[in-house]
Ligand binder design. Structure first.
Ligand code: TYM
Length: 334
């Protein structure tokens, strides 16, 4: 069955292994299946929900495009564009924010985590972030949305918003209710410093993550220093519930080699972590180093990257402007 795929990545710098294994790797597979229509968005409007340096934001937008292409997304096959240049996203977000309920947004755990203790000082944009995300998806009638596990709740909200709009305005199936595409295993890559925390761009220590722009030495060093426990490698998959760092590293290994966690546990059972870490670092270098080198090469050709976005904006606009016109008609605007 042909799928309409939509997903987004924030251009906030430091794209990392979690973004790659949780989302971008999946984008590439979906892009390679000729039956799919894929749209990948650089969500710059989402990025400004937290403070950004304008100059760095411009660079990060280009770096996100470069990462997509370097990872294997073909801009001739898939639409790659920057969200702020297709005005239907902002308009759609406003209209949908009048459909979404405060009670629904109050349940969003990402807001609670990001806003921290001082909620009063968080931007309103950070609060309504998931409504903009719903607009992104619904404007393109996306049937499937590939994301990491941390976005699951936002997708459920998007489904609720679509259903409520269709009910309120009595337009059955007008907004397509999308299905999340979340990998069963390894959909949440954890910090290399703490197996209970998500690998994240905003974590202060660079040693907590493998960046997609890291070189061989950086990758090797970070894996060497990655937190483990004093025991030998686990003998049984059941031990992993108590040994979060081992679970994460074995998960990364499994995802890179397309094997199951059970098989990976069996391969390394009882060995020393240092032996495993060497093999893991090699796997990571094989995967990440070519991407990292390609990103750096592409960043030298700003014109090419800007042209990808320009072409993408034109195509995305054609789809999104039609949908937003229909939405305005349905809502009752003249
Ligand atoms: P962002 O930029 O935070 O993350 C981009 C993608 O990377 C995944 N991800 C992870 N997966 C596994 N382990 C991790 N440690 C990890 N960290 C990040 C995220 O789940 C995401 O898939 N709200 C979205 C951006 C967005 C979007 C959309 C996505 C805006 N509009 C419409 C889908 C559809 C986000 O947080 O991106």
């Amino acid at each position: 069955m042909s799928k309409k795929i939509f997903s987004g990545v924030q251009p906030t710098g430091n794209l990392h292994l979690g973004n790659y294994l949780g989302a971008i790797k999946n984008f590439v597979d979906l892009n390679n299946d000729n039956d799919n229509e894929c749209i990948f968005c650089v969500v710059d409007l989402h990025a400004i929900t937290t403070k950004q340096n304008p100059k760095e934001l411009k660079n990060n937008i280009r770096e996100t495009v470069a990462t997509f292409v370097a990872s294997g997304i073909d801009p001739k096959k898939s639409i790659i564009f920057n969200q702020s240049r297709v005005s239907a996203h902002s308009e759609g977000a406003w209209i949908l924010s009048c459909v979404a309920r405060m009670g629904w947004l109050n349940r969003m755990t990402q807001f609670k985590e990001k806003a921290g203790k001082d909620k009063e000082k968080a931007s309103i944009g950070l609060y309504s972030y998931p409504v903009l995300m719903a607009a992104d998806i619904l404007l393109y009638d996306a049937t499937h949305v590939p994301v990491g596990d941390d976005q699951k709740q936002h997708l459920e909200l998007c489904r609720d918003i679509a259903q409520k709009f269709n009910n309120d305005f009595e337009v059955d199936n007008f907004l397509q209710v999308p299905e999340p595409l979340i990998q069963k295993d390894f959909s949440r890559i954890m910090s290399l410093k703490d197996g209970s925390k998500k690998m994240s761009k905003s974590e202060l220590s660079d040693f907590s993550r493998i960046n997609l722009t890291d070189d061989r030495d950086q990758i090797m060093n970070k894996i060497k220093k990655a937190k483990t426990d004093p025991l030998p490698m686990p003998q049984d998959i059941k031990e992993l519930d108590e040994r979060l760092e081992a679970k994460n590293l074995l998960g990364i290994y499994s995802s890179l080699t397309n094997s199951t966690l059970k098989d990976s546990v069996e391969i390394f059972a009882g060995k020393n972590f240092s032996e495993f870490k060497e093999i893991l670092a090699d796997q990571l270098i094989n995967k990440i180093e070519p991407i990292s080198q390609e990103i750096k090469k592409l960043l030298g050709d700003k014109k090419y990257l800007d042209k990808i976005l320009l072409d993408g904006v034109e195509k995305a606009n054609l789809i999104a402007s039609k949908k937003i016109e229909r939405i305005k008609e349905i809502v009752g605007f003249l």
